[in-house]
Write a protein that binds this ligand. Structure first.
Ligand SMILES: *Cc1c(COP(=O)(O)O)cnc(C)c1O
Length: 393
């Protein structure tokens, strides 16, 4: 079984490029060039130098002793929270801005929901001195004022999306419209392992530095490269794709994907795509997504902004369908509890997205000598107000 993308841009039955005809030249240019560019020594050198000196990689692989004792198994945390800007998203935006430069682009557009991807994009645009336009739903702009301020400080222009529900999907529509109107000089930086082919594969490859590092770091700690399990939370699926990548074809490594159940899978307020989703097209690819019986995309819900997405990337749809990955879903309340627990046991305040992945230890028993690696996708600073309100701190 192949879990990587095939020559036609599919993961099994999922993936592809379902795009308006006017976008075809942009996407085709990227498809023809991305692997060639990524293989160039000058590209690799610049990418790895920036990951090292600017992002702060390699991120540590930390043995969480007290957490391990509590759950009677061996838990390692891959510390993406220590990256510059506080999460894994920067790995991808660094890769894509270098790609844009190689393709001769001078202008960057992106869409953002909670603002995390917008900040990561604005950051690399400042770094490279490139024009940056971030589309964001009007409602999200009001909800996420600190991230809007960050983007502005970094020199980006934040453009409100005023149509529809004025949230992420409307911002996506605006970004696509912009790209159609500016096909020559503009690159569209997508923030997760989603979008038309080759985006899911390109984003996965940029994020795969996570599992590349886990291999040699685990060898140093444990004398072996493969853990028994790798675990990550899934919004669109980029930190998960990077964490799984070098283990996809190692059958002894179990893969666990953790989605947001929101207020509960059957509550109508959830983002548990693998359970509730059906095959459909979102963001230019065929994948699992939450929709009504007549195919309208359902508004998702999660307490964590980064998991509040109605679909999963096509790679994860395939991992779910084939059974290669075990999917679990975690409610808001279980995630919040797990976030507080990690803070108290290890002195690490995680992003609420990450807290979902940590919450599975209450539900799944591992063996005492199992080695588990959890992707600690981001730090909790951005979520402090949510933690304060929830726990009345
Ligand atoms: C954005 C985000 C996620 C979800 O995005 P993926 O593409 O699924 O990784 C998870 N954790 C953090 C900290 C995030 O900022």
């Amino acid at each position: 079984m192949n879990y990587n993308v095939d020559k036609k841009g599919y993961y099994g039955e999922f993936g592809g490029a379902f795009i308006p005809e006017m976008l075809y030249p942009n996407v085709e240019m990227l498809r023809e060039n991305y692997l060639k560019v990524m293989a160039e020594p000058s590209f690799k050198k610049e990418f790895h130098e920036l990951l090292k000196d600017y992002v702060g990689r390699p991120s540590p692989l930390y043995f969480a002793k007290r957490l391990s004792e509590k759950y009677n198994t061996k838990i390692y945390l891959k510390r993406e929270d220590l990256n510059h800007t506080g999460a894994h998203k920067i790995n991808n935006t660094i890769g894509q801005i270098l790609m844009a430069k190689k393709l001769g682009k001078t202008r960057i557009i992106a869409e953002t929901g909670a603002g995390q991807h917008g900040v990561a994009t604005a950051t690399v645009c400042a770094l490279m001195g490139m024009e940056c336009i971030v589309y964001m739903g009007e409602i999200d702009i009001a909800r996420q004022a600190p991230n809007v301020a960050r983007m502005k400080m970094l020199g980006a222009k934040v453009v409100p999306a005023l149509s529809g529900s004025k949230t992420l999907k409307d911002a996506t529509n605006e970004a696509i419209r912009d790209w159609i109107n500016n096909p020559v000089n503009t690159h569209y930086i997508i923030g997760s392992a989603i979008g038309p082919h080759p985006y899911p594969d390109m984003v996965t490859r940029f994020q795969s530095v996570i599992s590349e590092e886990i291999k040699w770091q685990l060898k140093e700690h444990e004398g072996r490269e493969n853990p028994n399990y790798v675990i990550a939370c899934i919004g669109g699926g980029s930190n998960a794709a990077g964490t799984y990548y070098h283990f996809l074809h190692e059958p002894e490594v179990g893969i666990i994907a953790v989605e947001a159940a929101g207020l509960g899978i059957d509550s109508g307020e959830s983002a548990a795509t693998s359970v509730l989703g059906k095959e459909g097209i979102i963001h230019g690819c065929k994948t699992l997504l939450m929709q009504t019986t007549d195919g309208q995309i359902t508004e998702p819900y999660s307490i964590s902004a980064g998991l509040d997405y109605p679909g999963v990337g096509p790679m994860h749809a395939h991992l779910s369908k084939t059974g290669r990955a075990e999917f679990m879903s975690i409610t808001d309340s279980d995630a919040m509890k797990a976030g507080l627990e990690l803070s108290k046991l290890e002195g690490i305040i995680p992003a609420i997205e990450t807290s979902h992945a940590l919450a599975i230890f209450e539900y799944k028993q591992f063996k005492p000598d199992d080695i588990i690696v959890v992707s600690l996708s981001g730090r909790g600073d951005k979520d402090l107000n949510t933690y304060i309100d929830y726990f009345k701190l």
